[in-house]
Design a protein around this ligand. Structure first.
Ligand SMILES: Nc1ncnc2c1ncn2[C@@H]1O[C@H](COP(=O)(O)OP(=O)(O)OP(=O)(O)O)[C@@H](O)[C@H]1O
Length: 594
């Protein structure tokens, strides 16, 4: 065991952490996550382009990459969704805190304390529950040496590789250099460092302000000059021997290769792209919600908007898949082009090809005499949204797969193919891996469509029902939205919402009507699921659903006081905290209530 790990275990023991118990499994409230994200805006802004470059390489590799702030709060993740799912079982996810105090010896928390790169392999984790992981983390420093956060790459211990630590270090170094370039008027390379232990030399860089004073440096330059050089003029001999790289060779600084070295853009363009990251996430204005599950999906969507990968949106009916697809389209570079939605379940098997690809005049009986262009061509350079793709017939799937492979469409009755330029977003409420197992969906099509797959949570699992409801009330009566009284909020929170946001919308329209524009009380909220008949139809709720409803009710009655809620439920406070994290119940769903 390395000294770093030994010291970390000692700290854990001294803090009376019990390795066999569950580690602290709290997830920060979505309100607080938003604040943390705002506080760390520059770090996130500079990191996102790097994460975006890394993300496609992590898909299907059982690896995820994470960004934590200086307090060990995870604020961003990308990577293999299957492993991300397993990692969530120990809260290796946005909103969790991975300091040693919370999670014992682990790469993020230990790198924060040791202030150096750390790989924690399987059994080296302090808590038993984390020992299936191997995590590699590198601290990120500002150009003045201030600790900003940690880059971590995690995987199952069987897949661990020392290379992950190298990548984490490269990202951390690249980030530090990016900050240096962004802050400094001039950046000077002081020459190559000697090769240390077989590692290629890294270029020592210093950033100067307008007056030639040193305002930052990277690690090799720090070692050469010492921290006392900060704020002073760079000694003449260094300036004379150094090379000015801010204007001339902005890409030279990369100690990693994350900036696109093969790009043919000019140096000036490259410099601009360094200062202003290419990917600036745009808000999704029409999508309400603040619960961590939803925010995670939204951030993925915002990132997907900037690139051309196919997107697959998964979620129950009424969770907002189409609205989400529109947001991806409207905030991306294709926004000025058409958004064409196709409901694949509504098109009969015989007509699918002519609908999607068009047909020539007289192609079949009943066809329009002039022929018609298909949806792919109608979308032009915009987006085609293939809704309910899981309901498409196998014949339709085969035709669609051909189009995706060949990137051309051939209208029915024609022998001329035409190139397609539209971006593809697909959505379904079905579980596609199960459909594949049952032989109803083609695996090859699935893998083509799921460049980025985004899961929209059902409303019953969201902790922001009230926020969504208030947003919808605003839409229903923009001039004078009715207020939801606490009793109405309690009823909304306790319900299981089988029809998701669409059902909530319907219920609120009805409530606004019943209340005649006055405040909305519980008597105005008419929930189908609560009528005896419907309950019969829906059958008996699962134990988990019942538990979730009970917890929500208790938290609501206690005004969010967890101890009181635990008493009402007759369980321990820690058990309640654990269950709240399990159901992703942060504070916000009862916030804003009286
Ligand atoms: N987060 C949200 N904020 C505001 N409105 C929402 C949100 N999610 C969904 N909606 C609204 O709910 C309704 C249903 O959404 P949408 O049609 O996008 O769902 P869907 O998942 O595509 O449904 P289906 O699978 O049945 O086609 C729409 O009116 C949409 O505007």
């Amino acid at each position: 065991m390395s000294t770093i790990v030994k010291q970390s275990w000692k700290r854990c023991q001294e803090s009376n952490l019990n390795a066999w118990e569950k580690a602290n499994d709290q997830i920060i409230s979505s309100k607080r996550i938003k604040e943390i994200i705002q506080e760390n805006h520059p770090l996130i802004q500079e990191s996102l382009p790097l994460f975006n470059k890394l993300a496609p390489f992590l898909l299907s590799t059982e690896h995820i990459a994470l960004l934590s702030d200086r307090d060990g709060n995870i604020i961003h993740t990308v990577g293999d969704p299957v492993f991300a799912n397993q990692a969530q079982k120990v809260q290796l996810q946005i909103g969790a805190n991975w300091t040693e105090n919370s999670k014992g010896t682990n790469a993020i928390g230990t790198a924060l304390i040791a202030q150096q790169p750390v790989q924690i392999q399987g059994e080296q984790h302090y808590f038993l529950e984390n020992r299936f992981l191997t995590c590699s983390a590198a601290p990120i420093f500002s150009p003045t040496g201030e600790l900003l956060g940690v880059i971590d790459i995690s995987t199952r211990k069987e897949y661990s590789h020392p290379f992950a630590l190298t990548i984490a270090c490269m990202i951390a170094e690249t980030l530090q250099n990016r900050f240096l370039y962004a802050d400094a008027q001039r950046v000077i390379a002081l020459g190559e460092s000697p090769v240390v232990k077989g590692e290629p030399g890294k270029v020592p860089l210093v950033g100067l302000d307008r007056d030639g004073r040193l305002i930052g440096f990277n690690e090799p330059a720090k070692q050469q000059l010492g921290t006392e050089a900060l704020g002073k003029r760079l000694p003449q001999e260094y300036e004379r021997a150094g090379r000015e790289v801010q204007d001339k060779r902005p890409r030279l600084f990369t100690s990693g290769s994350w900036t696109d070295a093969s790009s043919k853009t000019s140096d000036a363009d490259a410099l601009k792209s360094l200062k202003k990251p290419k990917t600036q996430l745009k808000p999704f204005p029409r999508l309400a919600g603040s619960c961590p599950l939803f925010l995670q999906a939204k951030m993925l969507g915002q990132k997907a908007a900037q690139v051309d990968f196919p997107v697959l949106i998964l979620g129950e009916s009424g969770t907002g898949k189409e609205l989400f697809a529109q947001m991806v389209h409207e905030t991306g570079p294709r926004a000025q082009e058409p958004f064409i939605a196709v409901n694949c379940s509504a098109i009969s098997e015989n007509l699918i090809e002519s609908e999607l690809f068009g047909y020539e005049s007289g192609a079949f009986t009943g066809a329009n005499r002039e022929g018609r262009i298909g949806k792919f061509e109608a979308a032009k350079k915009g987006t085609i949204f293939l809704d309910e793709i899981g309901d498409m017939s196998l014949r339709g799937q085969a035709a669609l797969l051909r189009v995706l492979q060949e990137k051309v469409v051939t209208p029915v009755g024609s022998n001329q193919s035409r190139p397609i330029q539209a971006r593809i977003i697909a959505a379904t409420h079905r579980n596609l891996p199960e459909e594949i197992k049952a032989g109803r969906f083609r695996a090859d099509l699935y893998y083509r469509l799921k460049g980025v797959s985004i899961h929209l949570p059902p409303l019953r699992k969201r902790s922001d029902i009230i926020q969504v409801a208030e947003h919808l009330m605003q839409q229903i009566a923009p001039e004078q939205p009715s207020e939801l009284l606490p009793s109405a909020k309690a009823k909304l929170v306790a319900y299981s919402w089988p029809g998701n946001v669409r059902e909530l919308q319907g219920v609120l329209v009805q409530a606004a009507f019943l209340s005649d524009g006055d405040d909305i009380g519980e008597e105005h909220i008419q929930l189908e699921g609560l009528t005896e008949e419907a309950e019969h139809e829906q059958g008996i709720p699962s134990l988990r659903e019942t538990e979730l409803v009970a917890i929500r009710r208790a938290l609501h009655s206690s005004g969010g006081n967890v101890s009181k809620a635990a008493k009402l439920l007759q369980i321990g406070r820690n058990t309640l905290y654990r269950k709240m994290a399990e159901y992703q119940l942060g504070a916000p769903f009862y916030m804003g209530e009286s």
